[in-house]
Design a protein around this ligand. Sequence first.
Ligand code: B12
Length: 433
Amino acid sequence: MTWQQSDCNGEMNFVFFLGCAFFALVSGKPCDPLSAEHEELILSFNKKLLLFLEDQSTLPNPSVHLALRLSTYHNLGMESAHLVRLKTDLHNNLESLLTKHQPVTGLLALYVLALRASCTDLSSLKINQEPILVQLKRQMELEKDHISASHRPLTNYYQYSLGVLALCASGVRVSSHVSHKLVRAVEQGKIKHGESECIDTLAMAGMALQCHKEYAPAQDLAQLELALSTIKQKLLDSQRPDGHMGNEFSTGLAVQALLAMGSQVSECSASIEAIRTDIKKGTYHNPMAISQTLPALQQKSYLHVKTKECRGEDDSLVVGPKPTLPEPSSQEVSLQVEVITSDGSTTTYSLEVPKGSSLLDSLKLLQEKQSGFTFETESSLWGPFLSVVNKERARQADRSYWHLSSDGASLTQGIGDYKIEKAQKITIKKTSY
Ligand code: B12
């Protein structure tokens, strides 16, 4: 279908119109420029994700794999090569994290979902000599016991939900004790990102509980239904006038969840439109953001993994051209970096950075200036996570992190993605949650 691969970005140019008319003629379906443009956006997202598969410098990303497998368009060769990397590199990484008793619930769950989406036989797959689903069940028990003892999971409710979802999508019934803890968290309003309600986590919990509903014993159903309708209402209430639910990076998950919970596509149309506008603006370049949004754009959710069959798949997808990196700007902007430690003491640093630099590069510049400012990062699926500032570490175990804001507004991106386009004050504040 050549008309889908044209370069048209919503403008009804003549070539596109001819293509559309031709399609209408051969397919017998009406020519719908809106849906043709929608397919273009989906393809552009798919191609971006394929480009990330080519990058061998980082660990293979199970979320990217999952999104590609749920897509209508495929490059089966590249997907199988990536699956091999998941089963070796990511697998080894998980084994080593488990040996060190590090909490891995979310990563393990995403790995299971990615494997399941590739129709891998999970019963034969072992991780540290144990079947992978048994390992995931054990992680969920640890998480559940941690909630009983400390009123919160070892990791967070987003990963807890991913765990429930991955087990359920693999045909494993999670214990009522495990699902009950998630239901309670929803009811008690414990689903937070820092201080505010976390739409991403509510969405993931919605998909997990919706999946679990099929297995739930009759006596749990009423409470489960109540939690699901609470989630649905909170997602709908989170919709901003511009259509986003939460922010740009949670809207895709929120749409996925609403569709999984039985909403009609028409109920999500404002949010899908907001996503389309974001894509055209170039908001999504982080592979995680793209991977969480692509299924929603195709009116699918992570729940589709459960029924995924890998037969008769399309194999037409090709890698797009590599994006050209913008030239470094010769123009400089003034940046202030304010660090507020846990005891409230504040230090402010000033520097000039090239306009358009990432916050990460700006912090490196500041560190190189021997200003006294130092920092360290940890790698994560979303990129570099700021973990140590001026030798003070913020960690999950202490329930603290370095919160980022610009001129008082909380950043919606991390240090790797946020760009300094104008003079501003970045505040890095040690925060408990
Ligand atoms: C839980 C969570 C947190 C927790 C993480 C600790 C915990 N309790 O486990 C806390 C509250 C600390 C947190 C902080 C931040 N978060 Co947060 N977080 C999430 C959430 C809900 C789940 C992440 C997760 O567990 N994933 C599952 C596991 C398997 O993946 P993982 O990559 O290994 O997980 C780790 C990283 O994701 C890391 N992490 C969490 N948030 C962020 C943000 C960035 C930019 C990076 C690089 C890493 C990172 O912590 C996870 C646990 O160790 C996601 C939602 C989502 N849609 O993904 C948002 C999300 C990733 N966070 C986001 C943001 C913006 C932030 C902050 C930058 C907010 C701020 N203004 O300070 C900070 C990070 C600052 C820093 N120091 O670098 C955005 C990222 C969007 C983007 N385009 O980059 C998301 C998508 C939420 C949203 N819709 O806005 N976050």
